[in-house]
Design a protein around this ligand. Structure first.
Ligand code: SD4
Length: 306
């Protein structure tokens, strides 16, 4: 019987591990426990980057991305650009369980959620909208031309537009399960989808090798298929820590090939033995929550220099 472990991104990951950890100790399956934890973050309106109350996109639309994956069967499901439904992770799970597909987007994802009995809700909060307006990039650029298209290169990660919650757990039966859920980067272009709902980028889970998840600038995570890369490194025998560090080095190398600075990204990983690892690129300041035997502690990830 494995000792249950659950890890989650960022300080608010503790909201998730405080729920998932005890559930794993009580014998719940990894996937059930991590989704329960992620849903608590989605419902917490003070978290401005996951679920309701998040900072919207450039034009004020709040869209959600999520994926889930079961390490025993490699079953997975995802939604992207989902609007007006509280729990994107719950809908992602239904995609996994009720359809032959893996990823539903936009209106189709919403239609599916409604058909599955989810209810429409208003995702905005007054506090979230106020912060969105006050920190909108167009309020900072002078002069602002109304007809100017948004500049994609100014979408980077800073204190106003992170973060995703990725929760990965190992249950007593030795199964791994994971979930990633986010509103994506604040002020993103309408229609932009990051790594979080992309299996292999924001999340990958395989009982036979390990599980990994990501947070940060999704474009750079997708570019190296970050989570899948880490899991394959663990399959080759690397520890979770070594594998996460290698992924950061790969992000650096991909930036160097384009002659740009590395973006802020972070990875975390868990192997079937319950060993944990995490690493991030410089200036990411990545903290994550780890619950072993149901008790959560916060850790700070190693920054990997360029
Ligand atoms: C995205 N990876 O949409 C997400 C955002 C995030 O820390 O995790 N920020 O690109």
């Amino acid at each position: 019987m494995a000792d249950p472990v659950v890890i989650a991104t960022w300080p608010f990951g503790k909201i998730a591990t405080d729920i998932s950890g005890p559930q794993l100790v009580a014998g719940k399956a990894a996937l059930d426990a991590v989704i329960a934890g992620a849903q608590a973050v989605e419902s917490d309106k003070s978290v401005r980057s996951v679920g309701f109350g998040s900072l919207p996109d450039r034009i004020g639309r709040l869209t959600l991305d999520s994926c889930v994956m079961d390490g025993k069967t490699l079953a997975c499901g995802a939604v992207a650009g989902l609007e007006h439904i509280r729990s994107a992770s719950a809908v992602a799970r239904r995609v996994m369980e009720k359809t032959p597909h893996i990823l539903l987007v936009g209106e189709g994802a919403k239609w599916f959620a409604l058909e599955q009995g989810f209810k429409l809700e208003m995702p905005h909060t007054v506090e979230g909208l106020r912060e969105w307006f006050e920190k909108h990039p167009e309020n900072e650029k002078k002069p602002v031309r109304n007809d100017a298209p948004p500049e994609p290169q100014d979408i980077n990660i800073d204190e106003r537009n992170h973060d995703t919650v990725t929760v990965i757990g190992l249950d007593q039966a030795g199964n791994l399960g994971g979930v990633c859920t986010t509103s994506g980067l604040a002020y993103k272009l309408p229609g932009r989808v990051g790594d979080s709902p992309i299996i292999g980028a924001g999340l990958y889970v395989d009982n036979e090798a390990g599980a990994a998840g990501a947070t940060g600038v999704g474009e750079e995570i997708i570019r190296i298929a970050g989570s899948h890369y880490i899991v394959e490194k663990m399959r080759e025998g690397k520890t979770p820590q070594e594998a996460c560090e290698l992924a950061c080095k790969r992000v650096h190398a991909s930036a160097a090939r384009r002659g740009v600075h590395t973006a802020r990204v972070a990875f975390l990983a868990l192997n079937p033995k319950g060993e944990v690892g995490a690493a991030c690129t410089p200036k990411t300041g990545f903290q994550y929550a780890v619950a072993v035997a149901g008790r959560t502690e916060m850790r700070t990830a190693k920054e990997i220099p360029m």
